[in-house]
Design a protein around this ligand. Structure first.
Ligand code: ADP
Ligand SMILES: N[C@@H](CCOP(=O)(O)O)C(=O)O
Length: 319
């Protein structure tokens, strides 16, 4: 259950008046999600999602929330934050930062086919292009600096084989990040967590994506790699499914052509994306937050993906 802060319709009756949404008519806690308290909110003006932030600090929130607004204004199907009468997007509720955003229609597609992967690839490329003139900046807080700081914390908990893999991969990624080829990669705001559970579909039509709370400025290719490592794999083995990889990459390339530098960096970045989630899952597994209510994600899933990407060459980026 991912409603950590209890809120009732009564609690909202005064608070909601600062928004141009009319009266709150219904409020329903959303059980999925692991970081925040989320509610479906019905008001006289329509359907919304209310999020109360449990862990993110008020300093980081403007980047995520303004990015959503920026993308929504440019026609990318993401939740649009609703400003209050003072133009503020983040306001306090029950002593914590909170936002109201538009509710996306549809449902997650947890068994994606090439047609769904193509939709995701096209939308991701459009999102990258639309983010180019976003003025705020914040690094990817799960980037290589975080990897370097976090790996030593989990190493004492690992078997010899896991520790060897982690050490070798961190060294490989650090070396790669120091190359001119890496420096030449296109960058901008990236979602950085575009997994199956963060995208909505109605049939074969993508209706939107959400959960921007890992977003930051990083290489666009890293975002593509994160997305391919979730959407285009056999979940049991981590192996890439060529038809889905092709569909996603071709659709992305159609909207924002890949560069020669990106073609060179593709295999290392698939590994970087696997390492990032292996490490965060290892951290959550071995060093859970106090009062953690939920079962942590299985780290071995991303260990398998990382080993796969090291052992087998993935389909190349389209030319
Ligand atoms: N704008 C939205 N429109 C529709 N559903 C949403 C929206 N935002 C969140 N949800 C629903 O809430 C759930 C939890 O949201 P999520 O952002 O994943 O939470 P957390 O940040 O806690 O992981 C999602 O799985 C989705 O069903
Ligand atoms: N996608 C990450 C965890 C992030 O959780 P989310 O529910 O906020 O997407 C993983 O699979 O490790």
């Amino acid at each position: 259950m991912a409603v950590f802060t209890a809120v009732s319709l009564d609690d909202l009756s005064q608070w909601i008046k600062q928004f141009p949404l009319g009266r709150a008519l219904a409020l329903q806690g959303i059980s999925s999600g692991i970081d925040n308290s989320n509610f479906f909110l019905t008001t006289e003006r329509g359907e919304f999602v209310l999020t109360i932030f449990e862990n993110l600090g008020i300093k980081q929130l403007p980047f995520y929330v303004q990015l959503m607004r920026h993308l929504a204004e440019r026609g990318i199907p993401v939740p649009a934050p609703v400003p209050n009468a003072d133009g503020e997007l983040v306001v306090t509720l029950q002593g914590k930062p909170a936002i109201i955003v538009s509710r996306l229609s549809g449902a997650s597609q947890m068994d994606p086919q090439p047609v769904h992967c193509a939709e995701v690839g096209r939308m991701l490329a459009r999102m990258h292009l639309a983010g180019q003139d976003f003025e705020m900046t914040q690094p990817n807080l799960r980037g290589l600096d975080w990897v370097g700081a976090t790996a030593p914390q989990v190493l004492p908990f690992l078997s010899e084989a896991e520790a060897a893999l982690l050490r070798t991969e961190v060294a490989f990624q650090s070396e790669f990040a120091a190359t001119a080829g890496y420096a030449a990669l296109a960058r901008g705001p990236v979602h950085a967590d575009l997994f199956r559970n963060n995208v909505m579909f109605e049939g074969e039509r993508l209706t939107g994506c959400f959960d921007f709370y890992f977003a930051g400025v990083d290489t666009w290719l890293f975002d593509v790699a994160v997305t391919v490592n979730d959407w285009c794999i056999d979940l049991a083995t981590g192996a890439l499914d060529e038809a889905r990889v092709r569909a996603l990459l071709d659709a992305y390339h159609g909207a924002r052509p890949f560069t020669p530098e990106e073609r060179t960096a593709w295999q290392p970045l698939l590994r970087a994306a696997a390492l990032r989630f292996w490490l965060s899952r290892l951290y959550d597994f071995h060093l859970p937050r106090a009062a953690e209510l939920l079962t942590p994600h299985d780290p071995t899933h991303f260990e398998r993906i990382l080993r796969e990407r090291i052992e087998r060459t993935a389909p190349e980026l389209p030319v």
